[in-house]
Design a protein around this ligand. Sequence first.
Ligand SMILES: O=C(O)C[C@H](Nc1ncnc2c1ncn2[C@@H]1O[C@H](COP(=O)(O)O)[C@@H](O)[C@H]1O)C(=O)O
Length: 428
Amino acid sequence: MVERYALSPMKELWSVQASLRRWLSVELAVMEAYEQLGLIPLGVSEKARKNAMIDLSLFESYERETDHEVIAFIKMATKNMQDEARYFHYGLTSSDVIDTALSLALVESSDILLEALSKLLKSLWVLANRHRYTVTIGRTHGVHAEPTSFGLKVLNWYAEMKRNQERLRIAREQVRVGKISGAVGNYANVPPEVEELALTKLGLKPTPISSQVVGRDHHAFFVMVLALTASGVERIATEVRHLQRTEVLEAQEPFKEGQKGSSAMPHKQNPILCERLCGLARIMRSFVSTSLENNNLWHERDISHSSAERYIFPDATQTLHYMLVKTNHLIENLTVYEDRMLKNLNLTRGLVYSEKVMLKLVEKGMSRSEAYDLVQSLALRCWKTQEDFKTLVAQNVPFLNEEELESIFDPTQFLKQVDRIFSRFEGE
Ligand SMILES: O=C(O)C[C@H](Nc1ncnc2c1ncn2[C@@H]1O[C@H](COP(=O)(O)O)[C@@H](O)[C@H]1O)C(=O)O
C-alpha cells in the first residue's frame, strides 16, 4: 500500500504482525474445539496459547528457508511449545488458517469502512438539509436544464451512500465465512464439528461447502461493492470539480491556511482533493477485474490468486477508507456560493423556464405540439439574439397575464416537492 493513503486503524490491520496474530487465533480456536469435543487431551489449547510465539524476524527466516509461509508460521508459533505442539495445525491445510484468518481481517475492515461511511452519511445529511431550499440550476448533458435545489443534489449523494452502506453490510456478511475442512474440503482429517465450533468462537460461519479454499466469488463480491462505493465518491468529487471550474464557481473544496495551489501561479486554488479521489476510484475499479479472474482457480484450488490478493485486500480496504475519510472532510468543509448559483441560473435569461411556459399554454387550451413549437421558436431566437425570454414570451403570448408570468418565471416553483422528497429519508 502507498503510505501516503494509509490511515489508522485500517493500516495496522494489514501489518504482517497482525496477520500472524490472526493465524494464531484460528489455530488456537481449532485446538479449543478439538479439546471441547474430547478429541485431544484437556488443557492442551491453554498450554499452546501460553507458549505460542510470534516473532517476525524468526518467521521471515523460516520463510526464507522453507519458501512456505504457513510452515514457517507453524515452526515459529510452536518453537517454545512442548508436547502440545503435536496438536497444533492438526488435520488442517494451510488455507484453513489463511482463508479463515483473511475473513477475520475482511470483517474487521468492513467495520472500519462502515464507521467511516456512517460519518460521511451524517455530513451529507447535514449539508443536504442546509441547502434544502438553495436554488441552483440543474444540468443535463452539461447544459442548463431547470432550476432545482442544491440540497436535492446532495440528497442524491446521501441516498447513494445509503445504498452503499446496505451493500457493504451484505458484503461483510458474504465474507464472514471460514473453512476448516482440510486439503480438498472434504473433512477427511478434521470433523465438521471442529469447524463449526472453531468458527463460532471466531465469530464466523462455515461455508456449506469449500474446496481447499473459500470460493473466491465471496471475495470478488466484496471487492465489487468496495469499488462501487468508490465510484459513488467519484461522482461527488466529479460534481465538485465541475462546480469549482472558474466559469461556474458555485462550490469549492476546502483550501486551508498556508495551502498553495500552484508553484507557478500564486492565484490558483485547485480541486486537488477531488481530483485525487477520482484517481483513487480508478485504482479501486482495477481491483475488480483481478478479483473476478481470481475466481477461476484450477480443480480444488491453485495458488495464482494469492499473490494478487496480497495487493487487493490491503489496498482496496485502505484506499476506500482513505476516500471515505477525505470525502467526509470535503463535505464538512465545502464552500457553497449561493449568489453565484443564482447568477448562473439566470445566464440564459429565463430559458430554463421554457417547459413551464409550454405547460401553461397547454393548460390554456393549446395543443402540446403547437405550444412546443411556439415556445421553441421563441427560445431559439433568444439563444441567438440574447433577448430576455420572459419579455419575448410576454410580447408573443398576450393571453398570459403578469401574475401568471411571475409564477412561471419563479425558481422557487421548482422546489415545491422538495420536502416530500426529503421526508422519504427522514427518521432513518
Ligand atoms: O497445506 C498446504 O500447504 C497445501 C498446499 N497448498 C497450499 N496452500 C496454501 N499455501 C501454500 C500452498 N502451497 C504453497 N503455499 C505457500 O503459499 C505462498 C504463496 O505465495 P504467493 O504466491 O507469493 O502469494 C508460498 O509461501 C507458498 O509456499 C497443497 O499442496 O495443496
